[in-house]
Design a protein around this ligand. Structure first.
Ligand code: BJW
Ligand code: ZN
Length: 255
């Protein structure tokens, strides 16, 4: 991998590194992305129709069934080389902040600690009335048909309807995670933006914040995004190939 001596040295000397990931980092684990033309989760349906509080109000069984189908996908998936490379990076820099938009737990399963999940967790549903967490049975075996209608469980405390533990359009991001993410983006030396289309706000603003703070910004993606002209370096290709190569280029003793 040709990185340029300046960038290699910047990475080697970096004290504060942020890795910001999106659905593309889990694509090679078999989890469909949101917006890719071929395999996107929502290519056959309108995102707004399923990922909003209004949709859940209107047709809870449709939305709950869709999320249970996706939870089964996550349960059947394993972390890939990109998740593992990010976990390995943790041992290389003084301070690594891992921020993800993903609702899966593949970063954690690869060994990353303290992951900031900006859009929640698919495995942590909670009561839409009293907000208490609700334990779920292990995910059912995944089916390829996009799931069926399934009524959501009821809260054991108040009888309210249990909802997926994710952040829908129009909902606020978790305040603490967001504050920590913004502070990390503003204060980092190097910001890696991996496998995200960067179209969803306010998360996409983190890369802009890192650019404004004069961090070295590296985008890893198989396709162009609107950030291509703004970042320091674009590494075009699958994250599961590019990230291990990046580590090996900067720290040649990486195994
Ligand atoms: C690979 C690869 C490989 C493939 N290797 N790469 C400003 C302007 C306009 C609109 C707004 C704005 N501010 C807010 C909004 C509204 C809205 C928004 O952003 N809308 C835009 C779509 C226009 N935002 C919100 O509503 C947010 N809330 C909010 O702002 O609240 C305000 C508020 C404040 C106070 C009180 C109350 C309210 C919430 C956003 C929540 C987003 N939620 C979702 C669903 C989560 C649940 C679920 O999982 O179902 O999060 S949407 C969906 O998009 C999901 C993702 O996390 C998110 C980002 O998608 P991501 O990860 O980038 O995936 P893709 O598919 O888009 O891209 C994949 C990329 O990977 C591609 O580029 C591929 O090329 C690449 N790739 N394989 C490397 N192997
Ligand atoms: Zn309740």
């Amino acid at each position: 991998m040709q990185l340029g001596a300046d960038l290699v040295s910047r990475l080697q000397r970096a004290r504060r590194v942020v890795v910001f990931t999106g659905a593309g980092v889990s694509a090679e684990s078999g989890i469909p992305t949101f917006r890719d033309r071929q395999s996107g989760l929502w290519c056959n349906c309108d995102a707004q129709a399923l990922a909003t509080p209004e949709a859940f109000e209107r047709d809870a069984a449709l939305v709950w069934g869709w999320y249970e189908w996706r939870r089964s996908f996550v349960a059947a998936s394993e972390p890939n080389a990109a998740h593992r490379a990010i976990a390995a990076l943790q041992g290389r820099v003084a301070q690594l902040t891992l921020i993800t938009q993903n609702v899966d737990d593949l970063h954690e399963r690869a060994g990353s600690a303290a992951v900031l999940h900006l859009h929640g967790h698919i495995g942590r549903p909670y009561c839409s009335a009293c907000r208490s967490e609700h334990a779920l049975p292990p995910a059912a075996t995944s089916t390829s048909d996009g799931g069926g209608r399934l009524p959501p469980p009821r809260c054991s405390r108040c009888g309210g309807r249990v909802r997926p533990g994710v952040v829908w359009f129009g909902e606020a991001l978790p305040a603490l995670e967001w504050e920590q993410a913004v502070a990390a983006a503003r204060g980092c030396d190097v910001f890696l933006c991996v496998g995200t289309s960067s179209v969803v706000e306010p998360a996409a603003g983190l890369t802009r914040a890192a650019i404004a703070a004069a961090a070295a910004t590296i985008q890893v993606n198989i396709e162009r995004t609107w950030l291509d002209e703004l970042v320091t370096l674009n590494l075009r290709g699958p994250a599961g190939t590019i990230l291990p190569e990046l580590l090996a280029a900067v720290w040649p003793d990486t195994r």
